[in-house]
Ligand binder design. Structure first.
Ligand SMILES: NC(=O)C1=CN([C@@H]2O[C@H](COP(=O)(O)OP(=O)(O)OC[C@H]3O[C@@H](n4cnc5c(N)ncnc54)[C@H](O)[C@@H]3O)[C@@H](O)[C@H]2O)C=CC1
Ligand SMILES: CC(C)c1ccc(C(=O)O)c(O)c1O
Length: 246
């Protein structure tokens, strides 16, 4: 039996709600075993989710030790983890850079960028050893274009795009592929962290005139995370309703 014939396990960070939950739901529907990582499972409900994860682990991705411990526990349950979706992220405060709180800058970078380094550094050795893996990092169109007031978020997401290109090259001959997605705005709890004016400004930039749907993001991730995606690595897949044409 080849790696692609067996039931694969997908680990999704920030999977308790929003895009992460939508991605997990789709991968579960596609027959994957699901492990969810999050710092807050308060609203997570199996009936509402529509699938039963084999493991829900309370993990802060910015904590390298916690990531290593939780990953070891997850491997002990599943044996292998073929798919890693690095989705956990925060916006942080909206403020011009000259007033941007220094601790908030650090917090956004720690979660949105270093968090991905932490999980990749931990998960990649077993993927390399198995000769197979699919890593999908959730960036943002903000990482390509920047948004005023959102410098920490945009810098972190730009970093995710560049980081993914680097690890893809490191892994190119290993059977492990690493790609990014760069969605524009989706209606999730994340929008509670930004103002209505900010949301309206972003919507006005989208030629299709609407936000991306969670299911659209999940469908793209499902393909990138599949064995059908076999010759694309280090790439950033846009979900921007026509906004990004580069
Ligand atoms: N909603 C949007 O408009 C867009 C979101 N994104 C990205 O998509 C990803 C998911 O965002 P949403 O679902 O919209 O947000 P959300 O706020 O609905 O969900 C994010 C999840 O990440 C978890 N999380 C936060 N910090 C964490 C940490 N340190 N460790 C583990 N889990 C943590 C939260 O508890 C939450 O469950 C983020 O990386 C975000 O930057 C990208 C483009 C657009
Ligand atoms: C909700 C987050 C902060 C956000 C805001 C705006 C854009 C965009 O310019 O499309 C994003 O992609 C985001 O992730």
């Amino acid at each position: 039996m080849s790696t692609t014939d067996v039931v694969q396990t997908a680990l999704i960070t920030g999977g308790a709600r929003g895009l992460g939950l939508g991605i997990a739901r789709r991968l579960a529907a596609d027959g994957k075993k699901i492990i969810l990582w999050d710092i807050n499972f308060n609203d997570f409900d199996v009936a509402q989710a529509g699938f039963t994860p084999i493991l829900n682990q309370c993990v802060d991705v910015s904590d390298q030790n916690a990531v290593q411990t939780a990953f070891g526990e997850a491997l002990a349950v599943t044996g292998k983890i073929e798919i890693l979706v690095n989705n956990a992220g925060i916006n942080g405060v909206i403020s011009p850079t000259w007033d941007y709180p220094i601790d908030e800058w650090q917090r956004v970078l720690n979660i949105n960028l270093t968090g991905i380094f932490n999980t990749c550094r931990t998960a990649i050795p077993q993927m390399r050893a198995n000769g197979y893996g699919r890593i999908v990092n959730v960036a943002s169109i903000a990482g390509k274009e920047g948004n005023p007031g959102s410098s920490a978020y945009a810098a972190a997401k730009g970093g995710v795009i560049a980081y993914t290109k680097s690890i893809a090259k490191e892994l190119a001959d290993s059977g492990v592929l690493a790609n990014c997605i760069a969605p524009t705005m989706a209606e999730t709890d994340l929008l509670k962290q930004v103002t209505p004016e900010f949301i309206a400004t972003i919507k006005a930039k989208i030629p299709m005139g609407r936000f991306v749907k969670i299911e659209e993001v999940a469908a793209m991730v499902a393909w990138i995370a599949s064995s059908e995606c076999s010759f694309t690595t280090g790439f950033t897949f846009d979900l921007s309703g026509g906004r990004a044409t580069y």
